[in-house]
Write a protein that binds this ligand. Structure first.
Ligand code: SAM
Length: 484
């Protein structure tokens, strides 16, 4: 039997089944242990350094966080939600980073039973963007105001080889329509080799994102009956290969609803602990997708669907356990659900997403090649205005990785409390770009008022002055892309 070892490079040792089962047992046994729960909440609290200059959080282990997740004492839950929000504000401020997915190809040779791209689906329209179509999509995305994309593709070595993905990345970075610019391309493609990860790194990608779907090996093998993705170990060990290939920023995720949430939660945190133990840096982001209706996929056939209440709790507990990791929520979720979780630790959301190949260049939202139904169908302008009404700063910033602040260098910026002098002004300057170039008059009014309020919060006077001057330049000219 495999023994749990977070430093091992073998999937069954760093995501260890027995350790997860033990963790779930321990969490259930302690779910009403108020003394333990209080001590965990205390341990996880943000603390200022003696000189008051930096804030630090210890986070929690998968075992500790699983106890919080199992607890359903109403007052303790309220404390958890409050703490999650406090941690979010300490490290990320009230900024929410905006992005959009870009679907390149839905050709796929896998048999994932929850995904309409599965190879047996013969009636879905198969499509792969040409480089001209990539350009058209990017222009449509730039015209909305997007600066950051996550590219998505099915796994098909003949139709979507790595060379095709690399060509698309080059095309995306080369398009500059009006004042538009895609400044960060994150990549969500199937597990691949160290050599291919190295090529992605050289192409200038931001985060490499790969959802585990489920950490439960038995369930995984049944949910991925055919194709290369069937190989659980190869899939689970992908992030180690990505990091070996030089990619510092990796994004984890589970497709909630496929298997038991408590198992996934422990597995996800064990994966984060493993990356930290082996590579010295945890995941850059964690995504929390839930399985949704799509073409021939009925989410009700998976009997592990997650209530909105438990979804909230999972998000808050992830925030508390891994305080420096960004957390992403997509348009799979409705406005109502997104509203509920914004204060629990989410730091990135997508807006105006189209999950069909070629969807952005079309006037009407096309349904024929969608990967899943989009619940939040608002325009980017509506999402931006909504965030500001809730006092979140929509940020189009992509500065960190372009300034080489990836991996542990990004984490140390976070830990040193430099966010208010760096990310905050960057968020305001990119928001100003959005307002000038793309926003409706009503959103502009909200935005300029927010910028005026938020500029005064920048502690360093020099930074405050430069940010103010740059925003004036953005308003008065076509100068763009200022950053700290
Ligand atoms: N093909 C790549 C892979 O296998 O990892 C990644 C791209 S896939 C387009 C992106 C993600 O969409 C998958 O990892 C999966 O978690 C999610 N997904 C698939 N079917 C879904 C559904 N019905 N509802 C919600 N999300 C889904």
């Amino acid at each position: 039997m495999a023994v749990y070892d977070p430093r091992s490079l073998k999937a069954e040792e760093f995501i260890n089944h027995e350790e997860i089962l033990d963790t779930i047992r321990y969490a259930k046994a302690n779910k009403n242990n108020v003394a333990l729960i209080d001590s965990l909440l205390e341990k996880a609290r943000p603390r200022r350094s003696a000189d008051g200059k930096s804030v630090h959080c210890q986070g929690l282990t998968h075992r500790e966080a699983s106890v919080l997740l199992a607890c359903d004492i109403p007052e303790k839950l309220e404390e958890m939600y409050k703490l999650a929000n406090e941690i979010k504000l300490a490290f990320y401020g009230n900024r929410i980073v905006m992005f959009a997915p870009l679907y390149l190809s839905n050709y796929c040779i896998n048999g994932c039973v929850y995904c309409p791209y599965h190879s047996k689906n013969k009636h879905i329209a198969r499509k792969k963007l040409t480089q001209q179509e990539v350009r058209d999509e990017v222009i449509a995305l730039q015209d909305m105001g997007h600066k950051r994309l996550a590219i998505e593709a099915g796994e098909d070595p003949v139709n979507n080889p790595i060379e095709y993905i690399l060509d698309c990345i080059h095309t995306i970075y080369s398009v500059h329509h009006k004042n538009g610019d895609i400044r960060r391309v994150n990549v969500n493609i199937a597990a691949t080799t160290v050599e291919n990860y190295r090529k992605l790194k050289e192409a200038g990608i931001g985060t490499y994102i790969l959802f585990q779907e489920t950490y439960n090996k038995k369930g995984y093998l049944e949910l991925h009956p055919t194709g290369p993705k069937h190989d659980y170990d190869y899939h689970t060990e992908a992030m180690d290969r990505a990091m070996e290939g030089g990619i510092d920023d990796v994004g984890l995720g589970v497709l909630f609803g496929l298997e038991g949430y408590d198992y996934e939660f422990a597995g996800l945190l064990m994966h984060a602990e493993h990356l930290e133990a082996v590579h010295g840096v945890g995941p850059h982001t964690i995504s929390v997708p839930r399985v949704k209706h799509a073409d021939d996929i009925d989410p009700d056939v998976f009997d592990n669907s997650l209530s909105d209440e438990m979804f909230k709790r999972i998000i808050a507990c992830i925030r508390i356990a891994v305080p420096y990791t960004g957390m992403i929520i997509s348009t799979r979720e409705s406005e109502e659900v997104r509203n509920k979780v914004l204060d629990l630790g989410i730091s990135q959301i997508s807006g105006a997403s189209r999950t069909s190949v070629g969807g952005y260049a079309e006037e009407e939202r096309p349904h024929d090649s969608e990967q899943f139904d989009v619940s939040d169908q608002r325009t980017l302008d509506e999402v931006v205005a909504w965030l500001m009404e809730l006092d979140h700063i929509p940020s189009f910033c992509t500065a960190c990785y372009r300034a080489g602040r990836t991996g542990d260098r990004f984490m140390s910026l976070c830990k040193n409390g430099q966010i208010l002098n760096c990310c905050h002004p960057n968020a305001l300057m990119t928001l100003a770009e959005y307002l000038v170039d793309y926003a409706s008059p009503a959103t502009q009014r909200l935005g300029y008022a927010m910028i005026a309020r938020e500029l005064s919060k920048i502690p360093n006077e020099r930074v405050q002055r430069i940010a103010t001057e740059n925003i004036e330049k953005i308003k008065a000219s076509n100068q763009r892309d200022f950053r700290f």
